[in-house]
Design a protein around this ligand. Structure first.
Ligand SMILES: Nc1ncnc2c1ncn2[C@@H]1O[C@H](COP(=O)(O)OP(=O)(O)OP(=O)(O)O)[C@@H](O)[C@H]1O
Length: 293
């Protein structure tokens, strides 16, 4: 008997996905599959639900939500032999898009039933895992504003980006040193990615791969508002490197040191995070997660 546990975020995306055991039973033969559906009730709850499912000896654990839910479920499955399934019902769904997992629920269920497994790399920021990307500067500001709006659709993402654009250069006082070599006062963006997609088919690191054992890094120093706008256009064209100030490279690890400012503001797989430590180690764990694609 294959025991599949579904960890469902009821507010992901538009929040209209309506998963229940009855809904799923139509797709899984009860002589072969035992289904368990659990809904998260608050941020972080999917971590505890997944730990419980691991203890209950689930064969497969499926994250039903967006990149935030996937992060919570997958973080618990790193370096275990339990494969992660994904039903991408979030708003951006960056990781699922990179993995070519269909956003159509029925097709995503078919992928889980076919159970074709592969291993992907996992990023690590101090004690946190990330599967898609981690960003500092403008990308963290957008996510902070997005979370304040409390609605998770493209329209609100654009609204949050416009707010960040208007306020970004007004209130910053941070200096970040990279790999003890170079320091940047109020950098526009430090973006470190495992995937080639941010969500909504937008990419800052089009050449990144989940299976190359490397992190793709994009660093953009402080920019004036006109250059910020220009960068936005290049980003939509998937050519962020066209901006002459932008620098890209691949690495296995990177160290950030905060020389000024009270904390790091970051976004980790699309969730806002304040990091109090003055130094951050970002690295890659090769092939540390089994995933169904
Ligand atoms: N019942 C709940 N109420 C409020 N927040 C929840 C609940 N369950 C989970 N969350 C939180 O909702 C946040 C958003 O989830 P998720 O990222 O899955 O959706 P999304 O933002 O729509 O998709 P994406 O990240 O792909 O754009 C996560 O931080 C998650 O922990």
């Amino acid at each position: 008997m294959i025991s599949i546990h579904f960890i469902v975020n009821p507010i992901a995306g538009t929040g209209n996905h309506g998963f229940s055991e009855t809904f799923l039973q139509d797709y899984f033969d009860e002589s072969q599959y035992k289904l368990t559906v659990k809904c998260s009730s608050y941020k972080g709850h999917a971590i505890d639900l997944t730990k419980e499912s691991v203890n209950q000896k689930a064969t497969i654990i499926v994250a039903c939500g967006g990149d935030g839910t996937i992060n919570e479920v997958a973080s618990t499955l790193v370096n275990t032999n339990i494969p992660l399934g994904i039903i991408p019902v979030g708003s951006g769904n960056g990781l699922a898009s990179n993995l070519k997992i269909p956003q159509n629920v029925k097709k995503a269920i078919e992928v889980i039933k076919n159970n074709h497994q592969t291993k992907i790399d996992v990023g690590c920021v101090n004690e946190h895992y990330f599967f898609s990307n981690v960003g500092f500067g403008f990308s963290a500001s957008v996510i902070k504003n997005y979370e304040h709006l409390q609605k998770r659709t493209l329209y609100y993402y654009i609204k949050a980006s416009i707010k960040s654009y208007k306020e970004f250069n007004k209130k910053r006082n941070i200096e970040i040193e990279i790999n003890e070599l170079e320091s940047f006062a109020n950098p526009f963006l430090i973006f470190i990615s495992n995937t080639n997609e941010l969500g909504y088919h937008v990419s800052l690191t089009p050449k990144a791969s989940l299976q190359d054992g490397l992190l793709d890094v994009l660093i953009v120093p402080n920019l004036n508002n006109a250059k910020m706008l220009l960068f936005g256009i290049f980003m939509l064209l998937k050519k962020p490197k066209t901006l002459k100030e932008a620098r890209c490279f691949q690495t296995k690890a990177i160290k950030l040191q905060r020389n000024q400012g009270d904390y790091f503001e970051a976004q980790l797989d699309g969730e806002f995070l304040k990091i109090q430590e003055s130094s951050i180690e970002i690295s890659i764990n090769e092939q540390a997660l089994i995933i169904i694609v």
